[in-house]
Design a protein around this ligand. Structure first.
Ligand code: ATR
Length: 273
């Protein structure tokens, strides 16, 4: 078997080993996938050791995605723009390559699994941290009609607008604070980490209308705090990030193995775990 792993800290709750084991049995690929907890101050040592031992590919999660990006010898264009990497592998001359499959993950979950085509939509993204930067490129590539980034720290939303200005029409991409948007959007994406502290991003309930699709990049067994808030304010379609998690994993599997697993049964299986 060929060895793959996810590296993070903490890592014990990661669903990636389960997802990739399901991909391996479904496709018959000789993939063995484990979890590695790297010391917070030595991600590069852990990654180097893994590849020196013959490891084929790594997924990278919190808090190491930016370090993985820095460590790599080369970056794919989508990783370059994301400023972070969730997928590492060695190329033919043993150089370390960084990729990022998170953006493809959310776009595919929305478009394929939930039937929400992003083209022409008016989108509100809440948050302007690493998670949001990681997905903006692939979202903008679908040509939404408008995309507003609202963040507690407005300067960070403005910085993202400058960074992605060439990926979109200038009029299309705008930044503001949470007090800015006060009318309903076609799609509202929560990309803040507020729920980790049990908080809600303080967006106006006016951004939610009966036809708004709401997407929380976080996931949990129960309805997420953000999605519950949206439902309480009249949303009828809310999705959490479990599908995104499985889709980013499937794209990594494709990068490593050249084969695309069927994600639907894996999402189903994880949902009922
Ligand atoms: P991640 O990798 O999850 O994106 P990050 O880069 O630290 O982590 O970004 C966290 C995001 O969640 C930021 O947009 C942050 O807002 P600030 O840029 O103003 O810090 C947002 N966030 C975190 N806690 C929040 C809270 N309690 N309310 C609103 N926004 C919050």
């Amino acid at each position: 078997n060929q060895l793959y792993a996810v590296v993070g800290n903490p890592i014990s709750h990661s669903k990636s080993p389960r997802i990739h084991s399901l991909f391996a049995s479904q496709t018959g690929e000789p993939v063995e996938y484990t979890a590695i907890q790297a010391p917070v101050d030595d991600f590069s040592g852990a990654a180097r050791h893994f590849f020196e031992q013959g490891g084929k590919g790594l997924n990278v999660t919190v808090p190491f995605k930016e370090q993985a990006w820095t460590l790599a010898d080369h970056r794919t264009p989508r990783a370059e723009k994301a400023g972070a990497a969730n997928t590492l592998y060695l190329d033919k001359v043993q150089d370390l390559v960084a990729d990022n499959t998170d953006g493809v993950g959310i776009v595919r979950d929305l478009q394929v699994n939930h039937g929400v085509s992003l083209k022409g939509l008016r989108i509100l993204v809440l948050g302007a941290g690493g998670a949001v930067r990681g997905v903006l490129g692939p979202i903008l590539a679908e040509q939404p009609a408008a995309l507003t980034i609202a963040n507690r720290t407005v300067a960070k939303a403005e910085a993202l607008v400058r960074l992605f200005a060439n990926d979109a029409d200038a009029a299309l991409l705008t930044a503001c604070g949470f007090d800015g948007p006060d009318q309903s959007f076609d799609l509202v994406i929560n990309g803040t980490s507020a729920s980790l502290q049990g908080d809600l991003p303080p967006a106006s309930a006016k951004v939610i209308g009966p036809d708004t699709v709401v997407y929380d990049m976080m996931y949990s067994l129960q309805t997420t705090t953000f999605n519950q808030w949206a439902l309480d304010n009249g949303a009828r379609r809310v999705y959490d990030g479990l599908g995104m998690l499985v889709e980013q994993a499937a794209e990594s599997f494709f990068v490593w193995r050249g084969m695309r697993p069927d994600t639907a049964p894996v999402i189903e299986e994880l949902r009922t775990d």
